[in-house]
Write a protein that binds this ligand. Structure first.
Ligand code: SAH
Length: 263
């Protein structure tokens, strides 16, 4: 602790404030939340549903990823939780596909935008500000499907999120993850290309060191007790400006797991 701060906290009121701040930081760290990451999404929240805004890629990839999820899991009447739901692009589409959806996120403003948007769209989603870890403490084995897309690369401990997802799933339940691989090609395409050259995403959206290799994700999922069912790459063609799913997990990719056991 620096001397100035030490002197300040001799004042009982400031001391209280200092310990309160310390506690918030400690809680966030214990909660597996990176406050800087959450702040990025808070700042951009009002743009979430603008199909031509900063979240345009999420709007464009959404039908592809929803289709892929539907190919592997029956959403009709399914109890689904979307972890890191942001403004609710995927959460609303899962609900439209017939699921009963809970959307959780730690950023306050995207959740506020999501709640406003559902008033307009009339699509029912139960939005909550919480972490996967906290939800897992109270809702063990409650979910048929857990989705966690484009979120793991924004948390300090992705393995912890995956372990909580296993806890949230009923035996036989499905987990879907998507994230970005870590290699020179993904650095060139997902950071240099997408953020700086093509400006598909705001600069600084992603940090290279937080990208996750499929082998790492798979090791965490296996340790958590999940079984791999399928994986697929997500590709962007800068000429046609279109996204597609296909072979090759070297940049963006999705993975499907199941919790072993009977339905
Ligand atoms: N899954 C959504 C949004 C992805 S953006 C989609 O693909 O459309 C990443 C989201 O993860 C942001 O909304 C951010 O606030 C959220 N997030 C980051 N850390 C989180 C944490 N520890 N717990 C819950 N949400 C988190």
């Amino acid at each position: 602790m620096v001397a100035g701060v030490q002197a300040c906290i001799l004042d009982p009121q400031l001391r209280g404030l200092y310990y309160a701040t310390e506690l918030i930081c400690m809680n966030q760290a214990q909660q597996n939340v990176d406050p800087a990451e959450v702040a990025k999404f808070d700042a951009l929240a009002s743009r979430w549903w603008d199909p031509d805004g900063e979240f345009r890629p999420l709007h464009e990839i959404n039908p592809l990823r929803l289709d892929w999820i539907r190919q592997h899991a029956d959403l009709h009447g399914a109890n689904v939780v979307d972890i890191g739901c942001g403004g609710g692009i995927l959460a609303e589409s899962l609900a439209q596909a017939g699921a009963k959806v809970t959307g959780i996120d730690m950023a306050e403003s995207p959740l506020a935008v999501a709640r406003l948007h559902q008033i307009e769209s009339g699509v029912v989603v139960d939005y909550r500000q919480t972490t996967a870890e906290d939800l897992a403490a109270s809702e063990q084995s409650q979910y048929d499907v857990v989705t966690c897309l484009e979120m793991l690369e924004h948390v300090p401990d992705p393995a912890g999120v995956i372990a909580s997802i296993h806890t949230l799933l009923r035996p036989g339940g499905h987990a879907f993850f998507s994230t970005i691989n870590r290699n020179p090609k993904s650095f060139m395409l997902a950071i240099v290309g997408a953020e700086y050259l093509l400006k598909l995403l705001p600069a600084g959206t992603h940090e290279y060191r937080k990208f996750i290799r499929p082998s790492e994700l798979d090791a965490w999922a296996r340790t958590a007790g999940l079984e791999l069912c399928a994986s697929i790459g997500m590709h962007y063609n800068p000429l046609s400006r279109a996204y597609s799913l296909g072979r090759g997990l070297d940049v963006n990719y999705l993975m499907h797991y199941r919790r072993p056991g009977t339905e």
